[in-house]
Ligand binder design. Structure first.
Ligand SMILES: N[C@@H](CCC[C@H](N)C(=O)O)C(=O)O
Length: 299
């Protein structure tokens, strides 16, 4: 049996993240372990960020991302900020370069403790998001839910931030919609062959919006960083906002905010906080874990 791995329970605006230190090992956190950890109220989480040894020169680590249903994800904005905070605490460094299955991410921890992650360039091609049907313009795709003549949600903007997103534009506070009812239907809609993260976005000014997300593989979460990026990019793309947007995450504690900048070079930079909660050790094969009572804030 392989040795247990050190892990930290953290959060990004309430998005519950387990950062697992898999450096120096050849094994991986299994879907079985993710499902077991998610089922235990003591560790309930939304995403696992497993830090592995770098696979490419010039990167600090390879990060494997798992949702709480055991599926793999290509991007996790809130989780990436948690990894930065954990590694900055360990090394004293401020800048990091990570590799995920979606590509290379650069990140920096600022003096005030907030963290910026370059989430890369959004992808708008229908077959790379991916969508099941060809759309020339993915900023408004034909998809609706509710009665045919009075849809509750319709015409979302679709985009990949490494992972697939659909952003529905709403007039009211996103908390006033039954996202727990519509979320599973939309996540698994035939339009999305790899499922999708479903976000409701209410634009409140040309530089601000409020979002709420039903996450692929995790359901309703308190925050989703890649969805905030998807919504901000889609807001600019459809002329609803400019390219710099403060995204208030409706369900996060205190309605926290992520600052999204879709830079002129096409890259999307997300800035926000990360928070350490507690640490422990776990068996990456089974998910059996124990909590470290000393509670050192380091991996
Ligand atoms: N919470 C994350 C997104 C995690 C991945 C997503 N559920 C997927 O499967 O694509 C974030 O902060 O970006």
């Amino acid at each position: 049996m392989a040795a247990h791995a050190q892990f930290a329970r953290m959060n990004g605006l309430g998005n519950r993240i387990l950062v697992v230190d898999m450096r120096g090992r050849r094994d991986a956190v299994t879907p079985r372990a993710a499902i077991a950890l998610a089922a235990d109220p003591a560790t309930g989480f939304d995403q696992i960020m497993a830090i592995h040894d770098p696979r490419t020169d010039g990167t600090d680590a390879f990060i494997d991302i798992l949702n709480c249903d055991g599926s793999k994800a290509q991007a996790c904005g809130n989780g990436t900020r948690c990894v930065v905070q954990a590694l900055a605490g360990e090394t004293g460094r401020k800048t990091f370069t990570f590799q995920t299955v979606a590509g290379i991410l650069n990140a920096v921890e600022h003096e005030d403790g907030t963290i910026s992650v370059d989430m890369g360039r959004p992808v708008f091609d229908w077959d790379r998001i991916p969508l099941a049907e060809e759309f020339f313009d993915t900023s408004r795709i034909e998809l609706q839910i509710g009665p045919i003549d009075a849809p509750v949600l319709h015409s979302p903007s679709a985009v990949s931030m490494g992972n697939p997103h659909a952003v529905f534009w709403v007039e009211r506070d996103p908390m006033s919609y039954d996202l727990d009812r519509f979320g599973p239907l939309l996540e698994n809609h035939p339009m999305f062959p790899e499922r999708a993260n479903i976000t409701l976005a209410q634009v409140t000014s040309p530089s601000a919006m409020t979002t709420r997300t039903w996450e692929r593989g995790a359901g309703l979460t308190l925050a989703c960083g890649s969805a905030a990026c998807a919504a901000a990019v889609s807001g600019a793309r459809t002329g609803r906002t400019g390219r710099t947007v403060a995204v208030t995450v409706a369900s996060s504690p205190g309605r926290g905010t992520l600052h999204i900048d879709w830079r002129e070079d096409g890259k999307v930079v997300m800035t926000g906080p990360a928070e350490w909660e507690w640490s422990g050790t776990l068996d990456p094969e089974t998910g059996a874990f124990s909590r470290d009572e000393a509670g050192a804030a380091a991996l």
